[in-house]
Design a protein around this ligand. Structure first.
Ligand SMILES: Nc1ncnc2c1ncn2[C@@H]1O[C@H](COP(=O)(O)OP(=O)(O)O)[C@@H](O)[C@H]1O
Ligand SMILES: [Mg+2]
Length: 250
């Protein structure tokens, strides 16, 4: 059975897509067969980290949800694009970058049940070991659905007051839905903060373990989504922390 991991945050820009892409590479380096689904239909982006530009997204989650395409046919093998040789494989289901497609889903919605079924089929048909779900921020229908299916949830937050409050809401919902493993990732932590103290405070506030406290990284900023950090900087401290997160959930 595959392990399903959702990566979520209450607010945007916390680092969900970077966390998801880096975990995918870590697992593939361990020889695992990894699936990544971009359910951030409103503001997709993880395809960029795997080296695809919007025009190269020729098959998407939208095609599955709206146009009756088989889930297996909208998954793209992006293993070659990660910039490092891995013994596993990474299959990406991107979300469409076509404005009309995005507008249509926002206007008309989609059959949530179809997404759930698609996720199950995908795991079976391409024989995945791990499925990572990169989500849209905030609590919405896709998020709740993905939580119900998940073996683990990573909630990504910045050490910021607005994030603290939102993370509490997300953690409570996940606890109510009985997600088996709920872990928090504190990201973009300034060097001036004591990371151990941040972890202790967060664990106390939510009653959930902290998988890692990641620093704000100029190296990651400079990479500017032109690649996946763990592949580019294998010896970096941040790479070690992404590995720590990976080990904590799957
Ligand atoms: N630890 C970090 N240090 C510095 N910049 C980061 C860090 N994590 C993510 N970023 C940057 O923050 C922005 C948002 O990251 P992204 O992963 O797309 O977040 P989300 O998917 O939550 O919107 C990107 O420009 C990314 O490079
Ligand atoms: Mg994102």
């Amino acid at each position: 059975m595959a392990t399903v991991v959702s990566v979520h945050s209450f607010r945007g820009g916390t680092g969900k897509s970077n966390t998801t892409a880096n975990l995918a590479v870590v697992y593939a380096q361990e020889g695992r067969r990894v699936g990544v689904i971009d359910t951030d239909i409103q503001s997709p982006g993880i395809h960029v980290l795997f080296g695809l530009v919007g025009d190269e997204v020729t098959a998407s989650l939208n095609d599955f949800l709206w146009h009756g395409r088989a889930i297996k046919d909208v998954a793209q093998d992006v293993t070659a694009g990660v910039g490092v040789s891995v013994s596993g494989r990474i299959h990406l289901i991107p979300s469409s970058m076509k404005p009309g497609e995005i507008a249509r889903i926002l206007r008309e919605g989609y059959d949530a049940q179809r997404l759930t079924e698609g996720i199950r089929q995908l795991i079976e048909e391409i024989n995945l070991d791990v499925l990572l779900i990169d989500t849209h921020p905030g609590l919405n229908e896709e998020t709740l659905l993905s939580l119900v299916l998940s073996d683990a949830l990573l909630i990504v937050m910045r050490p910021d007051r607005q994030d603290y409050e939102g993370t509490g809401i997300t953690a409570r919902v996940a606890q109510e839905l009985q997600v088996p493993k709920i872990r928090i990732v504190v990201n973009k932590t300034p060097d001036s903060l004591d990371r151990a103290a941040v972890a202790a405070r967060v664990e106390e506030a939510y009653g959930c373990p902290v998988a890692a406290v990641l620093p704000h990284s100029d190296d990651l900023m400079r990479l500017a989504s032109e690649g996946i950090f763990v592949a580019r900087f294998p010896e970096h401290e941040l790479t070690g922390l992404y590995r720590q997160i990976a080990a904590s959930v799957a």
